[in-house]
Each structure stands twice: as C-alpha cells, then as structure tokens.
Design a binder for this molecule. Structure first.
Ligand code: NAD
Ligand code: ZN
Ligand code: ZN
Length: 372
C-alpha cells in the first residue's frame, strides 16, 4: 500500500526527517499490518539523526512507540485478527530463545537485531524512491501504517485509549521497569531519578509504585521538575550538587538506595557523581543511551568495589513485554498509572521536525504524533 512516512536519508547528519510517500508491503507469515492511532516521539529516534547511534545503512523510517488497530494479517496468523487493538513493542520477543524462555524477553535474540535495517527475514517491508527502507525497531511508527512482526505485537483491551497506549510501546515500560525491576526498589527507599523526560517520568511513577519513601527528580528543566512532582517526586533538584545535598539531608549522610539515570544523552561524567550519591551497597541503574562510541568514564573504581555498589544496565526497563504491556494498560485503566499527563503536545506527521525541536528545547514530557 502507498502511505507516507518520516525518513532519514542521511542518518547522523542532523538533516531532520523527510515526510514523503512510502510503499508498505502486505503482511507475510507471522506479520500483521497495523493502522496506528499515534506514535510517541522518543529520544532514541533522535539519536539516529544526531549520530549518537550511528547507522551503517539508510534510509531509515523512524518511530518505535506506537499503538493501533490490526488492519490485515499475514497467511496463517491466528494470534490477532483485523479489529484487534494492539501495542507495538519496540523490542520483539520470539518466545523461543533461551532468554525468552527464562523470563528475560528484553534480552531476546531477535531483539538484538532491531537496528539491522531489515525485517527479521532479512528483507525490506518498506520502500521509498525505488529503494528498500530500514525500519527503526522493525517497526517505523512515523507512518500511519506499520507492517510489524507478530513478535512485537501485543493485544490490549479495546477500552484502552490507543493514543495513550502508544507510550506503552517504549517510554513507559522502560522508565517504570527501571524502577520496579532493574533497580529492585524496596519499601521506604530513597530513590534519585536523573533526567525526568518521557522515560524518567515513568521511573518516578515506578518508584512510587514500589513504595519509595523519597523520590528525588533531577532535571535542569524547571518545567520537567514541576511535572515530576505530579508523577510522585517528593523533591526536585536542578543538578547533581543540589540533589546530593537533598539526599544527604534525607538519609543522614548515608546516600540514596537507588540512583536511576534516564538522561537524554548520557555522558561519562554523569557516572561518578551518581556513585557518590549512592549509599554503601546501593544500586545505580543506567537506562539512558550514551553515544555508541562513548568510552571515557572517569569512575572511582576503588570505592565502587569496596562499598559493594552495583551498576545495572537496563534495556526496556528489564520488563517482560507480554506481561508488562497489558499490566501497564490495566494500571492506567484503574487510575494507578498516569499517561494523559505524559503527553504535553500532539503533532501531525508533517510537523515531526517541530516535535524534535520541542524535545531539544525541553518543552515536552512526551510529544506524540497523532494519525487520523
Ligand atoms: N534503555 C532503554 O531501553 C531505552 C529505551 C528508551 C529510551 N532510552 C533512552 O533513554 C534516554 C531518555 O529518553 P527520553 O525519551 O526520556 O528523552 P527526553 O529528551 O524526553 O528526556 C531526557 C531528560 O534528560 C534531561 N537532562 C539532560 N541533561 C541532563 C543532566 N545532565 N542531568 C539531568 N537531567 C538531564 C532533559 O532535560 C530531559 O528532561 C535517551 O537516551 C533514550 O535513548 C533507553
Ligand atoms: Zn524509545
Ligand atoms: Zn526470544
């Protein structure tokens, strides 16, 4: 089918997104065509444009945070049928590999290939100007239609509003799970969340769900700090120095139990101050993406070992998407998870470059592209 999509022809050059005609193939076996209601604008797509995540191939159809209605299914598909409401998971899980069957589906072997630039079978589903187009996360939600591998398609109840559900495809589980699973927060903990954008705001919500006593939101943007208090932050700070003083006061000088880093572009200098703020035996979680080629991290290794601290990387919040996507939808429907408040502004696909400018200017908790 012919539709439109936002492409990067020269990733890594900050050229911005080109909205143009694309052609999407009909779904094959183990695939479904989804008509999207909305796509979140996650910072990870921006990394493709800036080159923080370099891509050796192009063009790329961006977007990996979407939800919509199944329009058509491939031959033999029975898991979904036309009319079903679904969230597209930015990481697929095959359900068969060792990581999937041991409950670590965020580490699925299939998920490791989401930046390969081709569908799981090695071919293209999207074409533009006579060329094969690679899709972000096998998806490409910066288009009103997505031909998705079933391993990334998760059914949700029809009462779940689809524009809010879109955010459960990446930012919400990633942030929430960073608190609930990766950080292993315990009742009464003091938790610091560094960078409260679309991902970090959900780490704040997750910390609250796990019964954290204090949640300190750190962000240079005053707007984000104010918003963080709505999501459950008990204290806010504009930088590490301010946060360290608050944490010291709250914990009698012991330090935070957990520090979760969800900054937009992670740099090496963010790591040691996080360690200094973490108590003996405490945990740091790194969720935000650093530039892929970043290697230099000044870090006090002696203290790290001798104070028994833990540094935990976190992909997709260490969630199990087929369990947690429906769970998060249910929490929203029961009024226990804020999604409406995450969406600061909505855009048409044609205004996608404005959505990224607004992200850079710190104007949005989450910008969302809405489709007709
Ligand atoms: N690990 C994963 O699975 C995963 C999944 C999705 C996104 N991500 C990554 O998470 C990061 C956050 O994504 P997002 O969509 O929330 O981005 P965002 O732009 O919405 O939010 C980033 C926030 O960091 C703040 N910030 C910038 N510098 C800071 C600093 N020095 N100290 C404190 N705060 C600072 C910004 O003001 C902003 O509020 C990105 O790197 C993204 O690629 C990782
Ligand atoms: Zn994302
Ligand atoms: Zn798997």
């Amino acid at each position: 089918m012919k539709t439109r999509g936002a492409l990067l022809w020269e990733p890594g050059t900050r050229s911005g997104w080109s909205v143009e005609e694309i052609e999407i193939d009909a779904p094959k076996e183990h695939e479904a065509l989804i008509r999207l209601a909305a796509s979140g604008v996650c910072h990870s797509d921006d990394h493709l444009d800036t080159g923080d995540i370099p891509l050796p191939w192009s063009p790329v159809l961006g977007g990996h945070e979407g939800a919509g209605v199944v329009e058509e299914v491939g031959p033999g598909v029975t898991y979904v049928q036309p009319g079903d409401h679904v969230v597209l998971s930015f990481l697929p899980s095959c359900g068969k590999c060792r990581m999937c069957v041991t409950g670590k589906s965020n580490m699925c072997e299939l998920g490791a290939g989401v930046l390969a630039g081709v569908a799981p079978d090695g071919t293209h589903r999207v074409h533009a100007q006579g060329q094969g187009v690679g899709c972000m996360s096998y998806l490409g939600t910066f288009s009103p239609y997505v031909c998705a591998p079933l391993d990334a398609v998760i059914k949700i109840p029809t009462e779940m509003p689809l524009d809010k559900a879109a955010l459960i495809g990446c930012g919400v589980p990633t942030g929430w799970g960073s608190s609930v699973y990766a950080a292993e927060i315990e009742l009464g903990d003091t938790v610091v969340v560094v960078g409260t954008g679309g991902v970090g705001m959900n780490a704040v919500q997750g910390a609250k769900h796990k019964g954290a006593r204090n949640v300190v939101a750190v962000d240079p943007s005053e707007f984000k700090r104010e918003a963080a208090t709505e999501f459950g932050a008990t204290h806010t700070a504009k930088d590490y120095d301010e946060a360290a003083a608050i944490v010291s006061e709250l914990t009698g000088g012991q330090g935070a139990d957990r520090v979760i880093i969800t900054v937009g572009v992670v740099t090496g200098d963010l790591m040691n101050p996080a360690q200094e703020m973490t108590r003996r035996g405490g945990t740091m979680v790194l969720t935000g993406a650093a530039p892929v080629l970043q290697r230099d991290v000044p870090f006090d290794l002696f203290t790290f070992a001798m104070s028994g601290k833990r540094l935990q990387g976190s992909l997709y919040g260490t969630t199990v998407a087929r369990r947690d996507v429906p769970l998060l939808a249910d929490l929203y429907l029961r009024g226990e998870l804020k999604l409406d408040e995450l969406i600061t502004r909505t855009y048409s696909l044609d205004d996608i470059n404005q959505a990224f400018r607004d992200m850079h200017d710190g104007k949005n908790v989450r910008g969302v592209i809405v489709y007709d």
